[in-house]
Each structure stands twice: as structure tokens, then as C-alpha cells.
Design a protein around this ligand. Structure first.
Ligand code: PLP
Length: 409
């Protein structure tokens, strides 16, 4: 029989979200009457907006005509969409050829692991979106978990805590490594300032490292002083690539559309442009994003689409404020709960001093019938934290918060 890929055996328990679903399902089975509300995973809940739907419809109609039909498209994306992303979302900081349209940021993270291979040292913010670490373990760049259970061998965890303002000590970045950095951050909701990103770029350049900057939540930034992209920072073009997504800005979590930016100046140690290998990879193991989805993406980048995106992201940010308000209530205050995020990001990150994340998760599920996300699932420094997601209908979020207001801690 075929041997199992040993990298998979190095993965610790299941991926975080299936584990949460398992616990939720077990609870629902044991308590069939409980009306469970999720403030858990970051899945969007509001319908697609009308102008973007028109963009999708128009392409479906076109594909149903002899003159308009097209099969496989360019693996790197519609030229018009690449140009529009460069112009509207990057205001000319990158060129159309540096934009690679894809089926989403998670899929690009998987392909990035393939690009850099199994011998690259990896550094992540701790806590972090689990795909950076689990994907690294799958390709053999990390693992197994150390005896103390504090993280995978080969991964440098850079703690992002309340004490350091959720911005890590960059001296920990290993030489010639891949540094995953997410801002606005999932799960902490923190957004790095321009000065912080400038120090990240300086550190990556001095260490010969490459930053994978994940800006999947940039559309939630409301403070105009905060950077939307790593490419706002001088010097980033030589040391960073960026991945991003239409999932959260326009509700394309199921439609699937994202992009990556690889600047022409970014090179490997032997001088090969990273763009050359990324193009080879994307044109070999990816066959282009759905043409229908790409026309929806295009619609989102004209004036009407931009206004709809703003309205949709504002809707979720309002939920974040509702959640922040309840967490500031007397029961939480008495237990010393501290609240972070939610202003320029769809996640609220709350610390429950002296308590374990999974303990609080179970308590909230048992007594409020609300599902949240235990911070420990995002990395060792997430222990004692809970992530509350603002993706939900207003009435559901309001009801969940009503229940949380009576939580005995
Ligand atoms: N990056 C981060 C930080 C995320 O939180 C998510 C989804 O939750 C993704 C990427 C995935 O985005 P996509 O839907 O484009 O695959």
C-alpha cells in the first residue's frame, strides 16, 4: 500500500473551524431546542448587491450567445480586471502585469507554499490565520508540534499581544525566511500603521526575507491614516508580495475571486524574478478564475460598485460596534475583559484574564447558545482570547449580544 504523506501526519488536531463545527453540532444534538447563533467563522451573510449582480448576470447572458461565448481565459486574469485592480485598489502603486487574478486568497496561500517549497524558514504573527501554518506543515516546511505543544517546529511564532500593541518584535524574523503578515489582522482586528509597516519592510530587507502581506480585510479600514497595502511603503517592492480577496468586501466567499501582487523587482537569491516562477506556477496548476466571477469583480470597481462595497462593509462594521458595546458591559468589565479590534476590521478580539479560550467558548455556547472562536486556535499567543466575528445579520447579532449581556463569568 502507498505510504501516507508524512507531512500530513505532522498536523496536530483538525483545522480550527471544523473542530468548532463539531462542538456546535454535538451541542445542538444534545440540546435540540437551543437556537444557536454564530459569531464564529468569518463567512459573509448579506446578499450580493444589485450592481455587482448585474455584472455577473451580464456575463452569464453573454456566455449564452454564439458571439459572446468564451472558454478558458487568461490564467492570470482578464486584462481589464487586472488593470482596474491596479488603478482603483492600488491607485497606480502597482501595474496591471503585477496583478494575478485568482480564485481566492486561501488558494493563493496554498500555491505560495508550492512556490517557496519545503526548505524555507517560516515566520508568522502569533496569533495568525491558521492556513499559513497548516499549509507550511503540509508542504514539509514545518512540523511536528513540539513536545510542550506550543507550536510547530520550523515555524517562528512572533507574539502579537496587547502589551506590544499586536505588532511583533521583528528581531525574531529568521534570515532568508517567508514572513506571513496580515493587516487588518485576522483574528486580532489590529491594523499596522505606516511606521510599523516601514519597520517590517526594513527588517525583511535586512534579513533577506520575503513578506507575504495578506490584505484580505483592507476594505474595512476607515482611518485614512492607515495603509491599505504594503506597497504604500517605500522599499516594499523589493521584499514583498501581497494577497487579497473579493470575499469579504463584496460577499464573494462562495463566488470565489481574489488576486495576488508580485512586483517586478522581487527576486530570489539567484536573481530570478519571483514573478517569473509565479507566472509559471499560475499558468501550470491554475486555469484562471471564473469569467463570471471576474465580471462581478469588475462591476465592484466602478463608482456604483465602490459605493455598494462601502455600504456592505459598513453593515458589518456596525455589528462590530454592537459586539464591542456588549463586551464593555458590567458583567465583562467585572471579569476584567479587555476589548480590541472592530474599528477598522470585522473582528473583535477579547481577552478573558486567567481563563482558557476553549473554556470560555464552551461557557458561551452552553449558557448563551452563541458560537464564537477560541483564540488559542490561532496560535499560542491567542490563549485566553476569544474572537467575535461581525459577519451576521443585524437582528441575529443584536440577539446574540442580548444573551451575552447576561453571561455570568
Ligand atoms: N486571508 C485571511 C486573513 C482570511 O481571514 C481569509 C478568510 O477568512 C482568507 C485569506 C481567505 O480568503 P478567500 O475567501 O479569498 O480564500
Amino acid at each position: 500500500m502507498l505510504n501516507r504523506n508524512k507531512n500530513f501526519a505532522n498536523l496536530s488536531s483538525g483545522y480550527l473551524f471544523p473542530e468548532i463545527s463539531k462542538r456546535r453540532a454535538a451541542y445542538a444534538k444534545a440540546h435540540p431546542g437551543a437556537k444557536i447563533i454564530s459569531l464564529g467563522i468569518g463567512n459573509t451573510t448579506e446578499p450580493l448587491t444589485s450592481h455587482i449582480v448585474e455584472g455577473l448576470h451580464a456575463e452569464v447572458t453573454r456566455l449564452g450567445t454564439a458571439e459572446g461565448y468564451s472558454g478558458y481565459g487568461d490564467e492570470t486574469g482578464l486584462p481589464s480586471l487586472r488593470a482596474k485592480i491596479a488603478e482603483v485598489l492600488y491607485r497606480g502603486l502597482v501595474s496591471a502585469e503585477e496583478v494575478f487574478v485568482s480564485d481566492g486568497a486561501k488558494c493563493d496561500i496554498g500555491r505560495i507554499q508550492y512556490l517557496f517549497g519545503s526548505s524555507v524558514p517560516v515566520a508568522v504573527q502569533d496569533p495568525a490565520y491558521p492556513v499559513y501554518v497548516d499549509g507550511s506543515v503540509m508542504v514539509g516546511a514545518a512540523g511536528p508540534v513540539s513536545a510542550g505543544g506550543t507550536g510547530y517546529a520550523g515555524i517562528t511564532y512572533m507574539p502579537c499581544t496587547a502589551e506590544n500593541g499586536f505588532f511583533p518584535d521583528l528581531s525574531a524574523i529568521p534570515a532568508n525566511s517567508l514572513v506571513y503578515f496580515c493587516s487588518p489582522n485576522n483574528p486580532t482586528g489590529a491594523v499596522a500603521t505606516k511606521a510599523q509597516l516601514a519597520s517590517l519592510v526594513a527588517a525583511a530587507r535586512s534579513k533577506g526575507s520575503i513578506i507575504i502581506f495578506d490584505s484580505a480585510y483592507a476594505s474595512f479600514i476607515r482611518d485614512p491614516a492607515l495603509p491599505l497595502s504594503i506597497f504604500e511603503i517605500p522599499g516594499a517592492r523589493e521584499c514583498a508580495m501581497e494577497i487579497s480577496s473579493f470575499s469579504k468586501p463584496i460577499g464573494f466567499t462562495g463566488v470565489r475571486l481574489g488576486w495576488s501582487i508580485v512586483p517586478k523587482e522581487l527576486r530570489f537569491a539567484d536573481g530570478t524574478p519571483v514573478m517569473q516562477d509565479w507566472t509559471r506556477l499560475m499558468t501550470t496548476i491554475f486555469n484562471g478564475a471564473s469569467n463570471i466571477a471576474q465580471h462581478g469583480g469588475l462591476a465592484s470597481l466602478d463608482a456604483k460598485g465602490i459605493a455598494e462595497t462601502r455600504e456592505l462593509t459598513d453593515y458589518y462594521l456596525k455589528n462590530a460596534q454592537t459586539i464591542r458595546t456588549v463586551l464593555a458591559g458590567p458583567n465583562f468589565r467585572k471579569a476584567g475583559v479587555e476589548i480590541f479590534g472592530g474599528d477598522n476590521a470585522p473582528y473583535v478580539w477579547a481577552r478573558f484574564p486567567g481563563r482558557k479560550s476553549w473554556e470560555i467558548f464552551d461557557l458561551i455556547l452552553d449558557t448563551c447558545h452563541v458560537v464564537c472562536t477560541p483564540g488559542a486556535g490561532f496560535g499560542p499567543a491567542g490563549e485566553s482570547f476569544i474572537r467575535f466575528s461581525s459577519f451576521g445579520h443585524h437582528d441575529q447579532v443584536a440577539e446574540a449580544c442580548e444573551r451575552l449581556s447576561t453571561l455570568a463569568l
